[in-house]
Design a protein around this ligand. Structure first.
Ligand SMILES: NC(=O)c1ccc[n+]([C@@H]2O[C@H](COP(=O)([O-])OP(=O)(O)OC[C@H]3O[C@@H](n4cnc5c(N)ncnc54)[C@H](O)[C@@H]3O)[C@@H](O)[C@H]2O)c1
Length: 285
């Protein structure tokens, strides 16, 4: 296996945009791929705005901005997705991820490494459908990827040690901290965090307090964001899907059962910040 110099990030949504921004700003030649052209345009604008904001605050120079922009390309053509490391951050559906990895394996050389940013799908389950599972692992960033320090590296049964070492070095080069864990439902953080969301939703269902009060209470105890603000940031659809997958994988314990409130929000397409309405409203500026 070789050094990582070029990156392809697949999926230009909440996570892919942040990860691509991070990679480009860390000096990697980065391609951001999404099937949806509008998602790419939106992502490009958001990334530029965030970098521009850093220039205005004197955190980076105009030269940095120029270099970062030069490092980042966008494409909706899968044939452009050739890189040393492919980071997948598309929809949280196993079949879609497998399909994408299979297409990418066919157009990339044997030493290309593939990782999934999935929050909850089993890395072994995806690996089982790939021809070369030794070069596949989980690389789980947290939201917002540019700011959150932790990256979980998830080792599937057949992930090679050499790959894990390369990924550790790569994560370090992004200025982040990695932890390694075995493939298991929700990995480390999402499993521990499940009751934070689900118990809060349960309290809302039972009328214990309104959601702003629950957020206020948790924030006052030291949590950076209350559960409802956090679900809006993550995306209620993503959070619901993770809840379901973890619940299912752990044998459907009552205490981790997803909430009908999550389902109702999805039916209304009130998904959080990305749709300008979730538990709270986020009017366009
Ligand atoms: N949202 C979070 O807080 C969070 C945190 C950590 C990990 N994740 C994981 O990251 C992944 C992406 O989540 P997100 O919140 O960024 O989702 P999102 O809905 O914001 O974005 C997903 C993007 O993927 C694109 N897409 C879908 N299918 C595609 C395909 N076949 N090829 C290329 N692009 C495709 C969509 O057009 C969309 O732009 C999921 O696996 C999720 O579990 C999410």
């Amino acid at each position: 296996m070789h050094q990582i110099k070029t990156i392809c990030v697949c999926g230009a949504g909440t996570m892919g945009s942040g990860i691509a921004q991070l990679c480009a700003a860390s000096g990697y030649d980065t391609l951001l791929f999404d099937l949806n052209h509008d998602a790419l345009v939106k992502s490009g604008q958001a990334i530029t705005e965030r970098w521009q904001g850093q220039v205005e605050k004197n955190k980076i120079s105009q030269n940095d901005l120029h270099a970062y922009k030069n490092n980042l390309r966008f494409s909706s053509n899968i044939n452009d997705c050739k890189a040393d490391l492919v980071i997948e951050a598309i929809i949280e559906r196993a079949s879609a991820k497998v399909d994408l990895f299979q297409q990418l394996a066919a157009i990339n050389p044997i030493n290309t490494l593939f990782v999934s940013n999935t929050s909850s799908i089993s890395i072994n389950q995806i690996a089982a459908k790939l021809e070369d599972p030794f070069r596949f692992a989980g690389m789980h960033f947290f939201n917002p990827a540019t700011l959150m320090q932790l990256v979980e590296l998830v080792k599937a049964d057949q992930t090679s040690e050499a790959m894990i070492k390369l990924l550790q070095t790569f994560v370090q080069s992004l200025g982040k901290t990695s932890v390694i864990c075995k493939d298991s439902p929700g990995f480390i953080v999402n499993r521990v965090a499940r009751p934070y969301y689900l118990e809060s939703l349960r309290m809302l269902e039972q009328g214990t307090a309104d959601l702003a009060t629950i957020d206020q209470a948790l924030e006052a105890t030291g949590f950076k964001m209350g559960p409802f603000k956090l679900m809006d940031l993550i995306g209620i659809d993503i959070n619901y899907s993770v809840s379901n997958i973890v619940w299912d994988a752990l044998g459907k314990p009552i205490r981790l059962q997803p909430s009908p409130i999550q389902q109702q929000k999805i039916e209304l397409q009130e998904l959080g910040r990305k749709t300008e309405k979730g538990f709270y409203s986020y009017p366009k500026k």
